[in-house]
Design a protein around this ligand. Sequence first.
Ligand SMILES: Cc1cc2nc3c(=O)[nH]c(=O)nc-3n(C[C@H](O)[C@H](O)[C@H](O)COP(=O)(O)OP(=O)(O)OC[C@H]3O[C@@H](n4cnc5c(N)ncnc54)[C@H](O)[C@@H]3O)c2cc1C
Length: 456
Amino acid sequence: MVSAQGIRELKDIVGKNRCLTAPEDLMVYSHDVFAERRPDVVILPMTTEEVSRVLQVASREKIPVTPRGSATGLSGMCTPEWGGIVMAMSKMNKILEISPEDRLAIVEPGVITQDLQEAVERAGVFYPPDPASQSICQIGGNVATNAGGPRCVKYGVTRDYILGLEAVLASGEVIKTGGRPIKNVTGYDITRLICGSEGTLAVITKIIIKLIPKPEARRTLLVAFRSIDDASVTVSKIMAAGILPRALELMDHQYIRITEKNFKLGLPVEAAAMLIIEVDGFAETVDRQARIAKEFCERQGAFDIKLAESEAEADRLWVARKTGSVALFRLSKMMLTEDATVPISKIPSMVRKINEIREKYRIPIYLLAHAGDGNMHPLITYDPQNKEESERVDNAVKEIFETSIALGGTLSGEHGIGLAKKNFLHLEVTPAELQVWKNIKKSFDPEGILNPGKFV
Ligand SMILES: Cc1cc2nc3c(=O)[nH]c(=O)nc-3n(C[C@H](O)[C@H](O)[C@H](O)COP(=O)(O)OP(=O)(O)OC[C@H]3O[C@@H](n4cnc5c(N)ncnc54)[C@H](O)[C@@H]3O)c2cc1C
């Protein structure tokens, strides 16, 4: 609980319009896709100084503070497990600088990822990480979750593009990590530590982002297979060959069918699996890369290969990848988007096992994957009110995680731990490693007020 005196102090800092306590406002800031927890108060800071002063009050009064981006997280990360303050970053949304010369941008955390991408591309440079939620999620949320996306198979994840941060510790102290230089080995790499820390170490208030030259051209292929085994073996073969696609995505039969049924895109519903393969680079090289990828697919038994003839057609092919999950969200009472991730060579084994799990537990699983980096997205729909069905889903999820770890993989390639995977951490992290995490947490946040009740 935040005391009446505490609320008065918070209103003094940000003004009453940005310190929300009405039940209907609190409800709006209670959810992400996975969980719901009600805060006592929502603060919408506009400056680093406001963030710092709010944290000073919270630290003194031991009030939990949970930073929040756009709440597109899929794992119960931004929900305030212990109540207290939700600090919503949406009003700190300025692009402060774009420097093609230094190949960087400096932004506040509330900038929408796609707005940043469009702004830097207008300046002739490129920011690759592309979570499928990019039109709504915030760059601060991406940093805090180390978000990935289809293009990350070639270009790397959010963490690989963060040169430096300004962040506020639980005490209210402002720290700066990294900086403008591309190379920087001075001391511990606190920048990379805060990336992916899910709001448990500090509130990010400024981000220095590395940019790269914009690729000149791309080619996009949509490839249909009669067997999912052939499709997944093709993925590992392409990744072992001499080309590095900028995206290599897999969709199974169930996912193709639900997408086609809802959006009528002309997808081959008879296919057991489809791949989207995208290559990019100089105009002279993309056709050659696309031809190599096509030959691999043909050799592996692909029966239908579409090459997009234009940028607009390529964008249309991506609609197939991006809209199916939206249909599932709409149609189901609850959808889990798991993201167990395995080494590339283990993709065929993981895909086979997911199919076995679907049969064994008699649950709908629609398989999507950022297959080029082994990042599986089994989408599971169910009714959480149905106890018997929920139990089958819980067991299936556990078996998916156990399989991933047994194959040398991880619980999460990009969606984070949050509440969703907290109880599975022991499968991957030893007690000694967890203790190191706890020690790190303590040095950033001795009173444990930042996003408490989560993975550390
Ligand atoms: C349709 C859909 C598609 C998606 N596709 C992808 C995908 O391809 N790849 C992928 O990686 N994810 C994907 N996601 C998940 C989600 O979009 C990402 O995790 C995203 O990075 C979350 O950003 P957000 O702004 O919504 O953060 P939130 O969900 O609001 O918060 C996520 C975490 O970040 C912390 N946080 C937020 N802002 C700050 C800050 N300024 N300082 C400190 N901590 C902060 C929060 O406390 C929380 O722990 C998808 C989600 C949806 C709904």
